[in-house]
Design a protein around this ligand. Structure first.
Ligand SMILES: O=C(O)CCC(=O)C(=O)O
Ligand SMILES: [Fe+2]
Length: 211
């Protein structure tokens, strides 16, 4: 592999694991644009807590659950705003270590819930130049909160890659390259869920702090 010509990445981990408060496994990788499949990102208990917090909040607030207003995303989404929750704090510390960005650059965790037939069509997580967003997103971590029976893979059509959701695992990717073509290649989506339920928690990082 010729590494010299590669652009620098935000993700700075080498080898097969990331040592944080638990050992996170680097399972698979696409080099450019960088996409990394991670094992052991969350414990079962942490996954369950994220699902509980999001479903609790959906129940408490009738208007809380935000259904997508268009056909791009048909799942329901919820931002987790629990600054005093110790489990969230612990997860955020780990996310900082993995993404190599201070959590102050992070939007609140978003939990998405998909039911059969629901999907997230191919999209970019960054905002287009036309949108005039000054503090754009630079990287994403999608964490899988449950085992999915069938469907619901995270797919990257340009990379011909798809990741099967498995409880506690995650997929990381970044799109802050100088070469805009590399950023464009991070197009991705959540395939239609076929059977069961799918929960993910997404962390988006911004170029500058947001909290
Ligand atoms: O549900 C998935 O697999 C993808 C989620 C996603 O693309 C996002 O949250 O930005
Ligand atoms: Fe996305």
């Amino acid at each position: 592999m010729i590494a010299e010509n590669r652009e620098q990445t935000i993700f700075n981990h080498r080898g097969k694991k990331i040592v944080a408060d638990r050992d996170i496994e680097i399972i698979a990788k696409v080099d450019e644009p960088l996409v990394v499949v991670l094992g052991n990102m969350l414990s079962d208990e942490e996954c369950d807590e994220l699902i509980r917090l999001s479903t609790d909040k959906m129940k408490r607030s009738k208007i809380g659950t935000v259904h997508a207003e268009n056909e791009i995303r048909t799942s329901s989404g919820m931002f987790i705003e629990e600054p005093d929750n110790l489990i969230i704090t612990r997860i955020e510390k780990r996310i900082e270590a993995v993404m190599n960005i201070p959590i102050e650059h992070g939007e609140r965790l978003q939990v998405l819930r998909y039911l059969p037939g629901q999907e997230y069509k191919a999209h970019h997580d960054f905002f287009s130049a036309a949108s005039n967003v000054t503090n754009n997103r630079i990287s994403t971590l999608v964490m899988y909160l449950n085992d999915v029976e069938q469907g619901g893979e995270t797919f990257f059509p340009h990379l011909k890659l798809s990741v099967t959701p498995q409880k506690g695992m995650a997929v990381y990717f970044e799109y802050f390259y100088n070469d805009p073509l590399l950023n464009d290649l991070t197009l991705h989506g959540g395939a239609p869920l076929e059977i069961g339920e799918k929960f993910v928690a997404t962390q988006w990082m911004r170029k500058q702090r947001v909290r």
